[in-house]
Design a binder for this molecule. Sequence first.
Ligand code: ADP
Ligand code: MG
Length: 261
Amino acid sequence: HADAAVVLEIDRARKKFGGLVAVNDMSFSVEAGQIVGLIGPNGAGKSTMFNLVTGVLPLTSGAIRFRAQQELQQISGLPSRRIVARGIARTFQHVRLMSSMSVLENVAIGAHLRGSHNDVSGIAASLLRLNRAEEKALLFEARKQLERVGLGHLLYEEAGSLALGQQRILEIARALCCDPTLLLLDEPAAGLRYQEKQALAVLLRKLKAEGMSILLVEHDMDFVMNLTDHLVVMEFGSKIAEGLPAAIQQDLAVLEAYLGG
Ligand code: ADP
Ligand code: MG
């Protein structure tokens, strides 16, 4: 079956904010073990697309389906925490860290809070509700994921003292704690130095080799071209192109020549 490998199916997803159509009947898929890039100018609707997939925002119309075990099942309409439980985890465009807490604590707490609370009172309440065994299990999982991403030597460092590239990787470790099969990464390479981008690319290839499916938003074209299996291009909420990275790169170069010339 041609669809057998599809893990995420976006089917005419539409999102309106008042009069603004931020996502305009978008359709595309992510296949198992693929790294798919979602690119386009600022304001194109990429982060909104992520918010729709993760249930942070409700769709205006359309559907989003995700493979759980054998079949694609509709996830649009489910609360975020249930979407996370099915196997979709994300990182955000801007780093979200408790900078004076340790790397390990950041991953453990972030994993615990995922899909439930975001406010500080919620964090305190959640921590108080944890018993000793739960706390131990959480720290064990956090350590395991930090080792998996190569930050095992920084467990007790203050998160705020890490380089930006390490902070982004910390956030990936936090996302991995929910045992996802699909990772959504919103501009993971933004602001990183060349070496940091290289390290990030190595990590993402490793996760892919382990069977992870990844959908990422990224502006750095070299990074995207070297990493992705498939590209989706958005502009003004709509999909304007889709295909193999090399073919898309050629199309964009032609388009730029027309627009620029
Ligand atoms: P991108 O991530 O591609 O830069 P966004 O998805 O953040 O784009 O934004 C797409 C459009 O939707 C922009 O015009 C933005 O201002 C608007 N937008 C995003 N989120 C909201 C919101 N919560 N309420 C109103 N407008 C929004
Ligand atoms: Mg964005």
